[in-house]
Ligand binder design. Structure first.
Ligand code: ADP
Ligand code: MG
Length: 397
């Protein structure tokens, strides 16, 4: 894959960068700005090289039309605050490739950054029709001389600003994409052992393909979160009102049969009568969940057992919270696993948007982990062994 260095002298060049700036925003206030921060090094590098930096990105799902709820304006503001110490000015264009964008590009000075409005305001961005995507890619390409792909969180998407535009301009992978791919390679090609994978989160069906691919590679697969109950049910236990995916029971039974003792399930569960922060929580054995209760976290005994497996590993990949960490009473399992990851003597990787948010919310520093991935879906698809269009296209000339 070509790097920014391979693009030659960028002074005075217009560089279009696809970044992933898709951060949670509520009432115009940005929650976790991890993705904006992760995008900074590439933008700083290009600006310091004297490039005119034009950033395209998306926010949420505006479904192909302008919608003030999904404007990138607050992100431009935050980007400006974060780049101010570097002496870099950030401008904002109120459309994707229209008059505002074109005028702003004309007025852009060397070493400045221009953020274009939410690229998903344009229905062609996510079109299944190659010609439609190509037309938007042409408009984006007309704004720039070269393209840098740095939005790791979207490289699994065959979209105009990710895939098609790379075919229209000389291109390179940005530092964030290179760093993410480097870590994923370590997780799939010859990982240091023991290699422990921890999976949680809401749904088994989201993660089946990963389980399928990693079962062969990992030494242990620890299962927590909402998906636990489909596993417990597959073992013949009752799970009360817990999250359950009946249609996945056969697949899960197959994993339990094939994986032998590689799959580790919790032995105790925190249950409550309702999915509510103040619902009275109790700890029960994993094979004795009462019919009128639901499981909302792995229990303390399981948290300790999982933590011991994690802390003894040389390579750990963790995706998906162990419980409903958003509510304090059900955050214990996630906290125990996160703490253990910080103690790993080797490579520890956190993947998944909610998992990254969980470790930050629980007060852990980013640098306590080997790597926190900015791309949930993208890293999972890579680990499933799929080809990611936004990476494959960067290999082309
Ligand atoms: P990630 O974004 O890290 O990949 P997911 O999106 O798969 O993670 O899942 C995160 C969600 O899973 C969280 O919002 C959490 O509340 C939920 N969750 C975890 N355990 C349970 C459970 N036992 N029941 C219901 N939801 C759960
Ligand atoms: Mg999620």
């Amino acid at each position: 894959m070509k790097t920014i260095e391979d693009l030659g002298d960028l002074a005075g060049q217009r560089v279009l960068v696809r970044s992933d700036l898709n951060v949670p925003i509520k009432d115009e206030v940005i929650g976790d700005d991890g993705r904006i921060r992760a995008s900074l090094p590439t933008l700083v590098k290009l600006a310091k090289a004297g490039a005119k930096v034009i950033v395209t990105a998306h926010l949420g799902r505006p479904k192909g039309e302008p919608n003030p709820k999904y404007t990138l304006a607050p992100v431009a503001k935050r980007l400006g605050e974060l780049l101010q110490p570097e002496g870099i000015t950030v401008r904002f264009a109120s459309d994707v490739t229209g008059d505002a964008a074109q005028t702003a590009v004309q007025d852009l000075d060397e070493g400045e950054v221009l953020l274009l409005e939410n690229v998903r305001y344009d229905p062609r961005e996510e079109s299944k029709d190659e010609a439609e995507r190509g037309a938007l890619a042409d408009e984006l390409a007309a704004l720039a001389d070269v393209f840098v792909s740095d939005g790791f969180g979207v490289v699994h998407r065959k979209q105009a600003s990710v895939y098609d535009v790379a075919r229209k301009l000389p291109h390179a992978a940005g530092g964030l994409v290179l760093a993410e791919v480097d870590v994923l390679k370590k997780l799939t090609e010859d990982p240091a052992r023991p290699y422990v994978v921890v999976l949680g989160g809401a749904k088994v069906s989201d993660k089946l393909a990963v389980i399928d691919n990693l079962i062969a590679k990992a030494d242990k697969l620890l299962i927590g979160g909402g998906m636990v109950f489909t596993f417990l049910k597959a073992q013949g236990h009752e799970v009360g009102k817990s999250l359950l995916e009946d249609d996945q029971l056969d697949v899960v039974r197959g994993y339990l049969k094939d994986a032998g003792d590689k799959i580790v399930l919790p032995t105790d569960i925190v249950v409550a009568p309702e999915f509510k922060a103040d619902s009275p929580a109790t700890v029960v054995a994993a094979d004795a969940i009462p019919a009128d209760q639901l499981g909302l976290d792995i229990g303390p005994e399981s948290g300790k057992a999982f933590a011991a497996e994690v802390a003894a590993a040389k390579t750990v990949f963790w995706n998906g919270p162990m419980g409903v960490f958003e509510m304090a009473a059900f955050a214990g399992g996630t906290k125990a696993v996160a703490q253990a990851l910080t103690e790993v003597d080797g490579l520890s990787v956190v993947g998944g948007g909610d998992s990254a948010a969980a470790v930050r919310q629980l007060g852990f520093a980013d640098d306590a982990f080997g790597h926190i991935s900015t791309g949930g879906g993208a890293s999972l698809e890579y680990l499933e062994g799929k080809e990611l269009p936004g990476l494959a296209v960067l290999e082309e000339d």
